[in-house]
Design a protein around this ligand. Structure first.
Ligand SMILES: Cc1ncc(COP(=O)(O)O)c(C=O)c1O
Length: 462
């Protein structure tokens, strides 16, 4: 996990040589305080890729992963008895708090009293259909087991109903491991994404990649009339946070209609803006909407909605006799247990009241981080998207994925994350993002700020 780095002039306002020295100290502290995790890792290394059930789990800072004992609310305990305040929250899967009592009770009661999966609808489908339609403004829904799958299915359906092959994505995006999205721009040219096998995908035939906020490029791309759908987050959250230009969404919608391209809005992270995501808050009118991760208290789940025009076409196309798979959904999709967990979340937890409380704390976090940055004269900025707060190593918010990518620095990030972890603050790997949940307390925020402030002062030598 250690990142090799040449040490030269200050980068993003930071003397990397200084980090090098501090990093050795932090790694030694990590090893001393996580002996049991270290032993477990020695054993799991033999049977798992990178020693973990999901290879991302090896990308936390430190010489090996920490092994978890339990988590509740924002509090996480590892097997070495180290306690953390969790601002990663399973990278959104536990956004409403670990073991949220309302969702956890609903899950336990349902599985014990009713079972889990019967490949049949339960009565909760009645509530969920109405609730999803009312909440997100699209009338017809399907479930998936992950946001990745929901995006894959939305793309497939967009291709079925438009008869077109290509999708359009924005540089720096992440929509899960959907093959056709694994591209990036290199000096303006679309290339396979660094480090990802193309999996036999012929990208020029499947994908167009442009910069976010670039309406000119969007129109040029759509004009050819071969793009089935645009797949976009309403603001970007996976390459640092990239805000959307005023008017971009209106124009994107107009252009997509003009050229017969469907619009898929992926709200998997941006559900942090409120109970109906960025779409509800800003009145977007997509053809598909995808939400995953957060809906079922950590049980794998996702939903995607579509317009009645698409739903009608799809029902006609899939009305044939015999056994048909059609390529969207799977055996466990829409199982009754997940449906109950989603119901518990939407009915009782993902309410405006919950979000309003979160926003107060998240705004405090943002404004105090901003003060620390300013106080230490760092050329950085911090943004808040609803419940997500993230800083990036450039003075102004980026306009697109390329600008955001240029401002990232794995070495600085690894140091800050390791420093925080050693002092009991968990941050999301691959991001400088802190997620504020309904379980987050003022004390949690104050503790984060204390640790962040100390870290930056050590970093800058102030
Ligand atoms: C915007 C967005 N869409 C989809 C996904 C994929 O989610 P999952 O890994 O749960 O399938 C992610 C994951 O981070 C995401 O950020």
């Amino acid at each position: 996990m250690a990142l090799a780095r040449s040490v030269s002039a200050p980068t993003h306002g930071v003397d990397l040589g200084r980090i090098e020295a501090l990093m050795s100290r932090e790694k030694a502290r990590f090893l001393k305080e996580h002996p049991i995790s270290g032993e477990l890792y020695t054993e799991t290394k033999e049977h798992f890729i990178h020693g973990v059930p999901l290879h991302w789990m090896s990308q936390w800072p430190g010489p090996h992963p920490i092994f978890v004992e339990r988590a509740k609310g924002t509090s996480l305990l590892d097997v070495d008895d180290n306690k953390y305040v969790d601002f990663c929250l399973g990278d959104s899967g536990a956004f409403f708090g670990h073991a949220n009592p309302v969702i956890a009770n609903a899950i336990a009661e349902y599985v014990q009293g009713h079972g889990s999966t019967m490949m049949l609808p339960s009565e909760d489908a009645v509530y969920l259909g109405k609730e999803l339609a009312g909440r997100f403004g699209l009338p017809t829904w399907q479930f998936a087991t992950s946001a990745t799958d929901a995006n894959r299915f939305a793309i497939r359906i967009a291709r079925m109903v438009t008869g077109r092959n290509k999708i359009l994505v924005f540089n720096g995006k992440y929509h899960g491991s959907v093959d056709e999205t694994q591209v990036e721009l290199d000096s303006g040219n679309m290339v396979p994404q660094h480090g990802i096998h193309p999996n036999a995908t012929n990208f020029p035939e499947t994908t167009v990649c442009i910069e976010f906020n670039d309406l000119g490029a969007l129109e040029s791309a759509l004009k050819a009339g071969d793009v089935a759908c645009i797949l976009a987050e309403p603001v970007m959250t996976n390459i640092g946070m990239v805000p959307v230009d005023e008017g971009f969404h209106d124009e994107m919608r107009k252009l997509s209609k003009k050229y017969g391209t469907l619009l898929v809005i992926d709200e998997t992270h941006t559900i942090c803006f409120g109970p109906s995501g960025y779409t509800g808050l800003h009145g977007l009118e997509p053809d598909f909407l995808v939400v995953g991760k957060v809906l079922a208290g950590g049980i794998p789940s996702a939903v995607y909605g579509m317009t009645s025009e698409i739903a009608t076409q799809l029902e006609e196309m899939t009305a044939g006799p015999g056994i048909n798979h059609y390529g969207f959904g799977g055996t466990l999709t829409g199982n009754a247990l997940t449906a109950r967990a989603i119901r518990a979340t939407l009915e009782n937890v993902a309410t405006q009241e919950t979000y309003d409380r979160i926003f107060l704390l998240a705004e405090r976090l943002r404004s105090e981080i901003s003060k620390v940055i300013e106080h230490n004269n760092l050329p950085w900025h911090v943004l808040r998207f609803g419940a997500r707060v993230e800083y990036l190593y450039r003075p102004e918010p980026p306009k697109n994925g390329s600008e955001a990518a240029a401002a990232r620095d794995d070495f600085i990030e690894e140091f800050i994350h390791l420093y925080a972890l050693n002092r009991g603050v968990l941050l999301t790997p691959f991001h400088n993002m802190a997620l504020v949940s309904p379980a987050t307390s003022t004390k949690d925020i104050d503790y984060y700020l204390e640790v962040f402030s100390e870290c930056i002062e050590e970093l800058t030598g102030q």
